[in-house]
Write a protein that binds this ligand. Sequence first.
Ligand SMILES: Nc1ncnc2c1ncn2[C@@H]1O[C@H](COP(=O)(O)OP(=O)(O)O)[C@@H](O)[C@H]1O
Ligand SMILES: [Mg+2]
Length: 297
Amino acid sequence: MSEKKPKIALLYGGNSKEREISIKSGKAVENAFKKLKYEYEVFDPSVGFEFIERIKNYNPDLAFICLHGKGGEDGQIQSILEFLNIKYTGSSPKTSAICMDKNLTKKILSAENIPVPKTFVKEHTKFPAVVKPSEEGSSIGVFIVNNKLELENALEKLKDYENILIEEFIEGRELTVSILNGKILPTIEIKVEEGFYDFNNKYVSSKTNYICPAEIDKNTQRKINEIAEKCWNILECKGAVRVDMILDKNNNPYVLEINTIPGMTQHSLLPKAAKVAGLSFEELVNEIIEGALREQR
Ligand SMILES: Nc1ncnc2c1ncn2[C@@H]1O[C@H](COP(=O)(O)OP(=O)(O)O)[C@@H](O)[C@H]1O
Ligand SMILES: [Mg+2]
């Protein structure tokens, strides 16, 4: 712990499609701040220029970023904070921008021999396939398609997105690996009752099961942890991240994406993994703060 408690700007809200999730994450972190007796103030960047003036005047020791999606998780807010010379939690603008783009992330990871689902060009799609916006989150706009017609329908629904990804559907077990300040936390397996891990199964359904630590044989677990750690290193991640994977029938893990600002609600995955590793929600928040304060930026 630092000797003197830092003064923190807590950022939540924003204007991405994940605003509501961001507010939930932010409020959970705010509760932890209260328990931990941190001096803090809440800032919502969706107010625009006024946000910059307010945070500059507040002059915090650290900005704790609880924003998801565009504007908050893609390097934009991180760049503004760099410009204002304010320390912040999580990854750099560069890492954030890359990880926000699933297509680009996969290109970089596959060049380093990390297994990822194959990307299809539309004409050569093999079914079943997954269609999703390259730069979105919370399973918003993710479709599993079984034929050309379904593919066309999905593309039509996503027509407002600039970047759309069509990729190989990997059948298997849904896993997520959380990493906290470079330390790999226990893997979570997500078991949905029906369909895939879509928005409803993520945030609404009470029937989604989370198994942590996931029941995985030692060798496969070693492989999974190695892949997660490589992702962390290749993309120069910082703070807390989550690597989403699918483990296929032959126990081969595939990386779907890397989340540089994982959800922080009481039901989110990172806090679950942290708990199994022996960290309460407040201790997790503290670790994120301490890790960020140690960073030289
Ligand atoms: N290639 C794929 N194979 C199988 N399932 C997938 C694939 N891509 C996405 N999914 C499913 O969709 C969910 C959301 O996709 P993901 O790429 O993690 O995007 P995000 O969580 O940012 O919305 C995954 O958790 C998984 O259930
Ligand atoms: Mg995901």
